[in-house]
Write a protein that binds this ligand. Structure first.
Ligand code: GUN
Length: 281
């Protein structure tokens, strides 16, 4: 079997054009959704992401507010910027790009963002709402993965899902979303014993570990749907957490890197910004 390729790039483009149409409708009522992105320091990958987020935000007709702060920015200075953005009615969504420089307290910073403007879904209130089945702002990367899975599989009910990775940004919220869709969910991680055996149970396998080409073809249940969240910069270029060639020969469907989950993340950020705007208008 050769797996079907799940085209996240095309799916994300369709989603962005739907968002652009809704933004145009809001413009008729004098409303422009606004997204503020805060970047502290000069991390090269973060700079690329932030530039790309600003470009896509403008392309769908939203207002983009970019704030670049020096790496030495103090905790109080960043907190006061977040307070200003919280109070600004032109700003519907606030995103603080991670990772932050080491002297800043990440969880305190993320918790300073108003939960209703927390378009990353990283605020503890949104994490708690998601975990307890309430209406939440959902982290963009797992939300994008869920959309691709639903589009490809229809119902996820009763399927065995294995998530490799337990980060607050991807692994944990991904598991919550799969559970909400009635999948049977396991979270595997660096201490999991017999990882290959665990993965072979999976009808849905989501890899979010940040280790290039780690998931091999003989870890895959024939016909499984494989979602590769990894974006690893190697000498061979950008590669995922999944060994594409060997897995493709066994899986039923697979997301490529690049062109799979990556484009979905920004599209979902714009979707969350639209949701945040709709909730106050
Ligand atoms: N750094 C890597 N991924 C993300 C993300 O989804 N949001 C933010 N704020 N920072 C990130």
């Amino acid at each position: 079997m050769t797996a079907q390729i799940i085209d996240g790039k095309a799916f994300a483009a369709t989603l962005r054009s739907r968002i652009a149409a809704e933004v145009a409708a809001l413009a008729g009522r004098g409303i422009t959704p606004g997204l503020a992105v805060v970047l502290v320091g000069e991390d090269p990958a973060s700079q690329v992401y932030v530039r790309s987020k600003g470009k896509m935000t403008r392309e769908v007709g939203m207002a983009s507010f970019e704030h670049r702060l020096p790496a030495e920015t103090l905790q109080d200075e960043l907190l006061s910027m977040i307070e200003q953005l919280n109070a600004d009615p032109a700003v519907n969504g606030i995103l603080v790009q991670l990772p932050l420089p080491g002297h800043l307290d990440e969880s305190a910073i993320l918790s300073a963002i108003l939960p209703e403007k927390d378009v990353d879904g990283f605020h503890i209130m949104n994490a708690g709402r998601l975990a307890t089945g309430q209406k939440a702002m959902v982290p963009c990367t797992p939300l994008g993965c869920l959309m691709l899975l639903r589009d490809h599989l229809g119902s996820l009910s009763g399927l065995n899902a294995v998530v490799i990775g337990r980060s607050n940004i991807v692994g944990k919220p991904m598991a919550q979303l799969l559970l909400r869709d009635s999948a049977t969910v396991s979270i595997a991680h660096s201490r999991t014993k017999d990882l290959a055996v665990v993965c072979r149970q999976a009808d849905i396998l989501v890899a979010a570990v940040g280790r290039p080409n780690m998931v091999m073809g003989d870890w895959i249940k024939p016909g499984a749907t494989v979602i590769d969240v990894g974006i690893n910069r190697t000498e061979e270029g950008l590669v995922g957490d999944v060994d594409f060639d060997s897995v493709r020969a066994v899986a039923g469907a697979i997301t490529p890197v690049p062109g799979g989950v990556g484009p979905m993340t920004i599209a979902c950020l714009l979707a969350n910004t639209l949701t945040a705007t709709a909730r106050v208008n």
